[in-house]
Design a protein around this ligand. Structure first.
Ligand code: GLN
Length: 239
């Protein structure tokens, strides 16, 4: 591996970071360090410029008001759109996922998104709250997915993105698919945090950041994540 330090930007913790989303940064750092790769976490508040040229960008979920403010500031800043264009990996959770699309609803209004992902979000008839599970995209080879969701939005995918998973429990985008990906950009409704519950997705993002094949990455001890996953899947199994 040619990279010795990964610079990972954790965007807008002052606006978007619910249900343990910052755990995604901790999981990436832990899994990189287990492979001898240092991680330099860069926490960027919404009143700061987003650095160009980092190795990965993470953005979390949040309530409607902070989501609308975050989208406006991200559009003004422009660096996240440039990072996507440059093929940098981006992981976006829930509100962060919706605002990567063409448009989203917040507080009864439609807002422009960043247009990084070909999708649009509107509102569902009821809030989607609880466990979410499904079969991850075969193309990404991430196995079954597990997370926690809490959102009012529903997301409609365009042709330039693929679903991250097909749901077996919970709602995700629309009760059929969950999340979306295109290139090295992944959006998901999974909190929990998503990468603690889905280590193969964490490794995929790391492999993209390092420009290597994920199958060539040394194994890490996944006894604890596997216990957590088994527990969550059992919780969804019919009695
Ligand atoms: N405000 C958005 C919605 O309700 C996102 C919620 C979240 O990030 N948990 O759909």
């Amino acid at each position: 591996m040619s990279i010795s330090t990964l610079r990972i930007v954790w965007l807008y913790p002052d606006l978007l970071s619910t249900y343990g989303d910052r755990g995604n940064l901790l999981v990436l750092a832990h899994r990189a360090r287990a492979r001898g790769i240092e991680v330099e976490p860069m926490q960027v508040r919404s009143d700061q410029h987003i650095p160009h040229g980092a190795d990965m960008y993470l953005i979390g979920g949040g309530e409607d008001g902070p989501q609308a403010v975050a989208a406006e500031r991200l559009l003004d800043d422009g660096a996240l759109v440039k990072a996507a264009d440059a093929g940098r990996p981006i992981l976006a959770i829930c509100a962060g996922y919706q605002l990567l699309g063409e448009s989203f609803y917040a507080n009864g209004r439609c807002y422009p998104g960043l247009g990084i992902l070909d999708l649009r979000s509107d509102r569902g008839e009821s809030r989607a709250v609880g466990e979410i599970a499904g079969e991850g995209s075969a193309a990404l080879d991430i196995g079954p997915i597990t997370g926690f969701e809490n959102h009012g939005g529903r997301t409609h995918l365009g042709e330039a993105v693929q679903p991250l998973a097909h749901v077996s429990a919970g709602i995700g985008n629309d009760g059929v698919t969950e999340g979306a990906w295109a290139g090295h950009v992944v959006g998901t409704y999974m909190h929990g945090p998503a990468l603690a519950r889905n280590p193969r997705l964490a490794d995929l993002l790391l492999s993209w950041a390092m420009g290597i094949d994920p199958r060539t990455m040394p194994q890490v001890d996944d006894a604890w994540p596997e216990r957590l996953r088994a527990e969550r899947f059992v919780a969804l199994a019919p009695e």
